[in-house]
Design a protein around this ligand. Structure first.
Ligand code: ZN
Length: 830
């Protein structure tokens, strides 16, 4: 008993350290016991939704830790379209972070992760719009593929497929595609390639994970007919893990840090409600797996295996798990004989892990460097240790393409560490990078090679196989080659070994705004990916622009060294935009990629190769006024954008909002969602209004209408609604064409609403006092016109502006018209 308790204490430490994928898994006895419970359950469940964070981690953890089923979450997208609360990454780089956050969540709750090629292109009001951006045929094919590959008995949709328009279009679309896939997966003529590759499959039943929320109120739900509903108790406590299901679910959910979804664990009974949709109705409502044999007898030849493995749960040896090696090896030999490919593969993997874990057998392959170039030869250190009394022999070590690194039988004496050096030549000819970012896709779809579709991440480029014999059983143990180092503060740090180019190049600012014809010096940074590299760099540029010099030479001696060279850029006379693209030449090779590093504590270290480029925009722009005060909200890059067009911008902390301070500025801008995130603003509106009254210009950007620190955001009444216009190309009409904001100092025309990205705007007010002038009308197809996207009022001697237009997206993206309109807003009264 004592040891079990100690195991629980240790587990807490392991839970927090096993969050890092590259770090080897080192389970306690209690965790091995859990692995054994999962080994003895032959059933699978899959949860399907649209985004990272849609998944119900309570239910996923319940399936894994209570039922002991293989459990997967299929997220149709990687969440690229959202906002980032932990750093500057957006779009595809945010997708990389959220992919890793999902993997971190699954390492916490024990599930597996799948994706489709669908891109989270931004908010969508209904599934029809979603499916017009996604390639429906391909995304449905990817859902079918994931189901055929994973073979779930039970599928659960997060969203209701019957209520389009009630939630994000991606949500409803995920449920519709899941329902469609449920009908197609067992038909070999639907998506015949994956039917051939994985076989067809019929899941037993499909549910919708409903709750009172979908019924409007708790009362309505209590009264509802529940014939088709199943209640599942998901509040169980797992003594072997020391945690309640709700606590594991919260640890898992808290991995979605870029979305600020930290969650506090709950203990005690908690129900989930599942609405039966398709398949075999579970008449007794006893178990989601009702009518499915989830014991070893499920597979032909399985009874004998169950007879060996099931008693091990009752007699589990927590003090010395290696005492169970004989029966585990006996079972392994029988599993190897199973005719069923699907279960044989899964159970061999699970058993291999349990055997190594029970024996305290540890192997790793560590590279001397964290990056190599394609075809490089590099040194690795191989470590092998057997921390049991069981006889273990290391027979050989090979690369996965068959090169022998070590070939003499070495008996691994109990608790003696063996270390070997080896030299190997890179097996990978491709650069390491997220596979879905290698080729440019469309707005709605990523491209992926067929053998990678569905994978959460790109497999490690370099692997080795340790052939280990325990008695007469041979285990092929494959390990990624990793890099590790000792950090004076953090201690042991693991990183992936990556295959990278010999040269990378970057321009730090991704959007360069030229508000006039003055030339600018642009720094281009070169980084050596190997020792002794020299060559030339040039900049490709759009028509009409001028760049000098034509090329620059460089010479670097050490890998990792960086050098910055300057090019002078002169914009053309007219408004113009395009891209600067650096091109590096070394001998007869060309390099044009930038290496981006993503390094956060909660996810493994990531490096991404992107095309090196910077957008250059020459905007025909006039402005009045110069000094801008910026009150930060939830975080946006508008101050940087305003500096690029020549404003002097001062960021103001809430304490600095005093009338005396505000008087320094020609205009004061309030950052996005400030009235949602800055509590002090509840007490500052009087000062802000006074600033306007005395002649200032105050510009408030969008806030969500729920959870505001005050309703009092303007000198006159204003009601924020959920109105949004998501089509970035929707028509815009000028409701007040003579108003200064559309004419001074820049004359705004329809051309200024071209080239916008992602959306027009969001959370527009829908009611306002008569003192406001609505400036613009716009709407998505089939909807009534909104008039609240830009509201201007005079108050005292000054101007108050409320705008839900997405300047926070358009300005950092270099949209010329958005700059011209914003300059007019700031020029009001100046
Ligand atoms: Zn979602």
């Amino acid at each position: 008993m004592r040891n079990i308790f100690l195991g629980q204490l240790l587990l807490l430490l392991v839970v927090s350290s096993s969050l890092f994928a590259q770090r080897p898994d080192k389970p306690t006895s209690s965790e091995i016991y859990h692995e054994l419970q999962q080994l003895n359950f032959l059933g699978s469940a899959m949860y399907i939704a649209a985004h990272p964070d849609d998944e119900n981690t309570r239910l996923i953890s319940y399936f894994v830790n209570d039922v002991h089923a293989r459990t997967a979450y299929l997220s149709l997208t990687r969440g690229d379209g959202g906002q980032n609360l932990v750093g500057p990454e957006i779009r595809e780089l945010l997708g990389v972070i959220r992919t890793q956050e999902l993997l971190a969540a699954r390492r916490t709750d024990g599930g597996q992760q799948f994706f489709t090629r669908a891109n989270d292109f931004g908010y969508s009001k209904n599934p029809e719009e979603t499916l017009s951006f996604w390639n429906e045929e391909e995304v449905l094919g990817d859902v079918v593929r994931a189901i055929r590959q994973f073979k779930p008995d039970v599928i659960i949709n997060r969203f209701n497929h019957r209520t389009p328009g009630s939630t994000h279009g991606h949500h409803t679309a995920s449920a519709m595609l899941s329902v469609d896939a449920f009908e197609k997966v067992n038909n070999s003529s639907a998506y015949p390639e994956t039917a051939k590759q994985y076989g067809t499959w019929q899941p037993k039943r499909l549910f919708f994970n409903t709750s009172w929320w979908f019924y409007g109120s708790q009362e309505a739900f209590e009264k509802a007919d529940k014939t088709n509903l199943m209640e599942v108790e998901t509040g169980g406590y797992y003594p072997s893990l020391g945690l309640s299901n709700g606590e594991i679910a919260s640890l898992s959910r808290s991995m979605h840090k870029s979305q600020g979804f930290g969650s506090t664990g709950t203990r005690g009974s908690q129900s989930e409600w599942l609405e039966f949709l398709k398949g075999d109705f579970p008449e007794n409502k006893e178990s989601l797996f009702e009518g499915i044999d989830t014991s070893w007898s499920r597979v032909e030849g399985g009874e004998n295996i169950g007879a060996i493995l099931e008693p091990l749960e009752d007699d589990f040896d927590f003090e010395n798990p290696s005492s169970m090696l004989r029966p585990l090896l006996q079972a392994y030999e029988l599993v190897k004989q199973l005719k069923d490919d699907h279960w044989r593969t899964i159970k061999m993997q699970q058993l291999e892990k349990i055997i190594l874990d029970c024996g305290g057998i540890y192997v790793e392959a560590v590279s001397e460097t964290n990056s190599i170039n394609p075809g490089n030869t590099y040194k690795i250190t191989l470590e092998a240790i057997n921390r049991s009394d069981f006889p273990v022999v290391l027979q050989s070590v090979k690369t996965t393409n068959g090169t022998v690194l070590l070939q003499e039988n070495t008996t691994l004496e109990p608790n003696k560490r063996y270390e070997f050096e080896a030299t190997l030549t890179s097996q990978s000819k491709e650069y390491s990078a997220p596979y879905w970012l290698k080729e440019e896709g469309s707005l709605g779809m990523y491209k992926a090679p067929p053998d990678k579709i569905g994978l959460p991440e790109t497999p490690a480029p370099e692997q080795v196989q340790f052939n280990i014999a325990l008695s007469r059983t041979e285990l092929p143990v494959v390990r990624d080659v990793v890099y590790k180092y000792n950090d004076p503060v953090d201690g042991e740090v693991y990183q992936p070994l990556e295959v990278l180019p010999e040269m990378t190049v970057s321009i730090a600012d991704k959007v360069l705004i030229f508000p006039d014809r003055d030339d600018r010096q642009i720094p281009v940074t070169l980084t050596a990916g190997r020792d002794n590299v020299n060559g030339f760099v040039q900049l490709n540029y759009p028509n009409g622009w001028e760049v000098s010099p034509a090329q620059q030479t460089f010479n670097m001696e050490r890998k990792g060294e960086s050098k910055t060279v300057l090019f002078t850029i002169t914009p053309p006379r007219d408004q113009s935009e395009g891209y600067l693209k650096p091109l590096v030449r070394v001998g007869d090779q060309f390099f044009d990629k930038e290496l981006v590093t993503i390094d956060y504590d909660h996810i493994p270290f990531q490096r991404v190769l992107l095309s090196a480029q910077a957008k250059v925009v020459h905007i025909d722009l006039e402005k009045e006024g110069d000094r801008i005060g910026y009150i930060e909200g939830a975080g946006d890059a508008i101050p940087e954008s305003l500096r690029q067009i020549g404003y002097s911008v001062t960021t103001l902390s809430p304490d600095a909002i005093t009338l005396k301070k505000l008087e320094d500025f020609d205009a004061v801008v309030i950052g996005i969602r400030a009235y949602n995130t800055v509590p002090e603003l509840a007490f500052k509106q009087t000062i802000l209004n006074k600033y306007v009254e005395e002649g200032g210009t105050l510009v408030a950007q969008y806030n969500t209408n729920r959870g505001m620190v005050t309703e009092d955001v303007a000198p006159y009444s204003l009601k924020i609604s959920r109105d949004r216009v998501t089509d970035e190309n929707s028509d815009v009409s000028f409701l007040a064409p003579e108003h200064d904001v559309l004419n001074e100092p820049n004359e705004i025309t329809q051309a200024d609403f071209e080239g916008w990205i992602q959306e027009r705007g969001l959370y527009f007010p829908d009611e306002w006092a008569p003192q406001f002038t609505p400036i613009l009308g716009m709407n998505d197809a089939g909807e009534t016109q909104t008039k609240g996207s830009l509201l201007v009022a005079e108050y005292g001697k000054g101007h108050y502006v409320y705008t839900g237009l997405s300047f926070f997206r358009e300005l950092p993206a270099g949209v010329a018209g958005a700059y011209r309109l914003f300059a007019n807003i700031l020029s009001l009264g100046n």
